[in-house]
Ligand binder design. Structure first.
Ligand SMILES: Nc1ncnc2c1ncn2[C@@H]1O[C@H](COP(=O)(O)OP(=O)(O)O)[C@@H](O)[C@H]1O
Ligand SMILES: [Mg+2]
Length: 264
């Protein structure tokens, strides 16, 4: 075994021990989780373990607590920073067939012109893209989780919620007419101040936290110069309109909103 392999082995062992402890704690917290008791080694590949270790060593992350969400492509964990503040750690893990259909959200975006189209790259590009989109939105003063770090397939951002429990999503709360207005205002601001279209906007990617609306899940967001940005914008508006209609509230026609948002 080379010195490098040995070092790698030790790092991996250390991290696996830590992660096993997290799993153990989860097991104690939630007794009936038989379907979710897979050992962490099966969840994370070597490169992800090393990336996590790097984030811990570089002071970005102190601990990784329980799983908050296991989606098809990404898992979101509740973690803590050295100062004790809560963070969300989003780890992209698998490239599903569905995920591969996301190339159109990358190709055509002038910010990603020189990207090599290989699937091993896709989750890494996607994590970088989400980070970059969040940062642009954050700097334009749009309410989003503040992005803190990104490395390979792992994105660290502010945790929205309390004690590891994420804030409710828009579909889980009562909504008012004023919420509709606010969301339309945010779509407009995202377009005109951050030059972005969310492209996956719905009641499932908006938090309502302490009366504030916070947009998240920005992996799909594209620059407004993307050739499909208008189509994505129409879809976002339609999703929001559909949701508010379902809740018995009134909405503005998509054509009117488009004219308002796309001024030229
Ligand atoms: N910044 C965050 N703070 C707290 N919880 C989060 C955060 N980001 C994501 N989550 C939780 O993880 C879930 C999935 O996150 P999301 O970014 O929508 O991933 P997916 O791509 O799987 O849809 C959310 O519904 C929410 O419960
Ligand atoms: Mg989502």
């Amino acid at each position: 075994m080379s010195e490098k392999d040995d070092l790698y082995g030790k790092e991996k062992e250390h991290l696996e021990r830590k992660l096993r402890m997290i799993d153990e704690r989860d097991r104690m917290l939630i007794k009936d989780r038989s379907s979710d008791l897979s050992v962490v080694e099966e969840v994370f590949d070597k490169s992800t373990l090393l990336t996590l270790h790097y984030l811990m060593n570089s002071g970005v992350l102190r601990s990784l607590n329980g799983v908050v969400s296991s989606g098809k492509e990404a898992r979101v964990y509740w973690g803590e920073r050295v100062d004790g503040s809560s963070v969300a750690v989003k780890i992209y893990l698998t490239v599903t067939a569905e995920f591969k259909r996301r190339w159109p959200y990358i190709i055509g975006d002038p910010r990603f012109e020189n990207i090599k189209r290989s699937s091993s790259n896709l989750i890494i590009i996607w994590a970088q893209k989400e980070y970059r989109n969040l940062l642009t939105a954050y700097e334009s003063r749009i309410p989003v989780p503040k992005p803190l770090a990104v490395r390979r397939n792992i994105l660290v951002m502010d945790f929205i919620g309390h004690y590891g429990k994420p804030a409710p999503l828009l579909n889980e709360v009562e909504v008012k007419q004023s919420d509709y207005k606010k969301i339309i205002f945010l779509i407009d601001k995202l377009y005109n101040s951050a030059n972005l279209v969310h492209a996956d906007l719905s009641e499932y990617n908006i938090f309502k936290h302490e009366k504030r609306l916070i947009l998240f899940d920005f992996g799909s967001a594209v620059d407004i110069r993307h050739p499909l940005s208008k189509e994505f914008l129409i879809r976002d508006i339609n999703n929001i309109n559909r949701f508010f209609i379902k809740r018995g509230l009134s909405v503005e026609p998509v054509e009117d909103l488009l004219k308002k948002v796309i001024k030229s």
